[in-house]
Design a protein around this ligand. Structure first.
Ligand SMILES: Nc1ncnc2c1ncn2[C@@H]1O[C@H](COP(=O)(O)OP(=O)(O)OP(=O)(O)O)[C@@H](O)[C@H]1O
Ligand SMILES: [Mg+2]
Length: 473
């Protein structure tokens, strides 16, 4: 039936061209016409969730410079696969051609911040060049090539070079330095979420409040008692239990800036230049105080996984400790949070007073916390007679991320029916139950490892909380 609408040969050719990029351009010119587009649209009426087909349609529209329509299709694709970077880049590219540079920039920055996606970085460079942000454009141009030489674009290189010269910006030394700084810092933002967006974790929230939020809000009281504000908190625990989320929420809670540094990602890049770059990150936080400086995967500092890292490791650790101690520069107003799944790899020097002197175990959510998380995840989603309590009961050992996955599965299971009926069909308790059956908790593996450290390498009761959680103490 669907096939009737499409000349099969043409469709196959189309699919072929989609996957063999080499010949794509020629075939596209050959094939692009209204008839094909109609055929895709018709076929999609019968299977609206057919992602490959929708991508073809979006691509066809894009290639015909019908950007408005292409946008609609890319967005629809993203609704089906929200975290897909390739789709985000395709969407950004369409905005780029529409000259909607700021939206393109926004989309691409998100991709580039989290992934070493070279063509996204190159496109971002082009977007920034259009926006007149030449230094940043040059930065992302270099980053893109560093990630993958294959994305080098001679024409754009010339174009950017010309623009830079025209603007009288022939890169002086200080500019080079500035670019280096940009390579290392990740992103700075002011998170809009606060503690109320984090389900459960009451004890951890309280601890953070005591150590950082109250001092920030009432600095004069702390000063009166001669108490210095500073030091850091290290959050550790199984994956997906809200460490990163809580760190961002902490910044949101006190309306502070938030800088997140994924140490594993950037450490290799730092080798050779690590001390200066690490210093730059701390400086950026100091200049933006109040600021939460969040180091994710902080164990990367201790766990020298490659020879190269090993050699450089000691320097980085010393530098990190100096910066944390705030010897040369004051860390006033800078809250240092760290997170790790493997605290046992972390050099014990980090645990001295004034450094990560609070080490908090972020455990999988308990019954009440699970209820809260499920409620948060279901917020603004259509539901019908959902018994959150019973779902929470069935999800012991599930992390917050697991619970999110459960809700996602339930949502996905509801989409086809809703699309078919042409109206929103709410999520029921049965859907959620079903989804629980389809997603296993991911925290158990972590506890299998953690248990060994807690039992056999529990210096000064560091991991007592793990033992308590496992009811071994
Ligand atoms: N307490 C919570 N309240 C609400 N959502 C949560 C909670 N914990 C986890 N989530 C959900 O799970 C996602 C993953 O959590 P997060 O990234 O903070 O975990 P993590 O502990 O940092 O994991 P990892 O160790 O893998 O970095 C969050 O973005 C959020 O959607
Ligand atoms: Mg995390």
């Amino acid at each position: 039936m669907i096939i009737n609408f499409v000349d099969i040969k043409t469709l196959f050719l189309y699919i072929f061209t989609f996957f063999t990029k080499k010949h794509r351009f020629n075939f596209h010119i050959l094939l692009m016409n209204q008839q094909q587009i109609d055929a895709f649209r018709e076929a999609l009426k019968f299977s609206p969730d057919n992602l490959p087909l929708r991508k073809l349609l979006a691509e066809a529209l894009f290639n015909l410079a019908r950007y408005d329509e292409a946008l609609i299709e890319w967005k629809e694709c993203l609704r089906l696969l929200p975290e897909d970077n390739e789709l985000k880049v395709a969407l950004a590219k369409t905005y780029f051609y529409q000259k909607n540079y700021t939206t393109a920039q926004y989309l691409l920055e998100e991709v580039v911040e989290n992934h070493s996606y070279a063509s996204a970085a190159m496109l971002l460079s082009k977007v920034l060049a259009e926006l007149g942000e030449l230094k940043q454009a040059k930065h992302y141009f270099d980053v893109a090539i560093q990630w993958d030489k294959g994305v080098y674009d001679k024409d754009f290189d010339d174009f950017l070079g010309r623009k830079i010269r025209d603007a009288g910006l022939a890169a002086p030394n200080d500019w080079v330095e500035e670019i280096e700084t940009m390579v290392t810092h990740s992103n700075i933002e002011k998170p809009k979420i606060s503690f109320k967006d984090v389900g459960g974790m009451e004890a951890v929230k309280e601890e953070i409040a005591l150590k950082v939020i109250h001092p920030m809000k009432n600095p004069e009281i702390y000063k009166a008692f001669g108490k210095k504000i500073g030091g850091g908190i290290l959050l550790y625990g199984p994956p997906g239990c809200g460490k990163t989320l809580l760190a961002r929420a902490t910044a949101g809670e006190i309306n502070a800036h938030f800088i997140s540094v994924g140490l594993n990602d950037v450490l290799d890049m730092w080798i050779g230049n690590s001390e200066k770059n690490l210093h730059n990150i701390f400086q950026e936080a100091r200049q933006n105080a109040p600021c939460v400086l969040f180091f994710d995967e902080v164990d990367a500092l201790g766990a020298s996984r490659s020879d190269m890292r090993q050699a450089a490791g000691r320097f980085i650790i010393n530098q990190f400790l100096d910066e944390m101690d705030g010897v040369k520069y004051s860390n006033e107003g800078v809250l240092i949070l760290g997170a790790t799944n493997s605290p046992w790899y972390l050099d014990s020097a980090f645990r001295r007073p004034g450094r990560f002197d609070r080490i908090i175990f972020v455990q999988p959510p308990d019954q009440k916390a699970r209820e809260e998380i499920i409620k948060l995840q279901l917020l603004e989603k259509p539901t019908e007679s959902v018994d959150v309590q019973s779902i929470a009961k069935q999800t012991a050992d599930y992390s917050g991320a697991d619970l999110r996955a459960v809700v996602d599965i339930a949502v996905e299971s509801k989409l086809p029916e809703s699309l078919k009926k042409g109206r929103v069909v709410p999520i029921t308790n049965a859907d959620l139950k079903n989804a629980v059956g389809r997603h296993k908790p991911t925290t158990k593996e972590w506890f299998a490892t953690a248990k060994n450290y807690a039992l056999y390498s529990n210096e000064s009761g560091l991991y007592d909380d793990i033992l308590k959680y496992l009811k071994l103490k």
